[in-house]
Design a protein around this ligand. Structure first.
Ligand SMILES: [Zn+2]
Length: 58
């Protein structure tokens, strides 16, 4: 199942993939900011979801 971490402000996808990462790791990669809206993200400003698996739809 792909893992997705989205910005809690604008909903942009900050991480999307199969490798399990903690939100803190992803936030560190993005300098703790959303790369879409530029909002500084705290530990409470993101959402993590597991995407439904789709075959051949990439
Ligand atoms: Zn955002």
């Amino acid at each position: 199942m792909p893992l997705e971490i989205t910005c809690g402000s604008c909903g942009a996808s900050l991480y999307n993939g199969y490798e399990l990462k903690t939100a803190k790791e992803v936030l560190r990669t993005n300098q703790s900011k959303c790369r879409n809206c530029g909002k500084a993200l705290s530990d409470h400003d993101y959402a993590i979801g597991v995407l439904p698996f789709k075959m051949g739809n990439e």
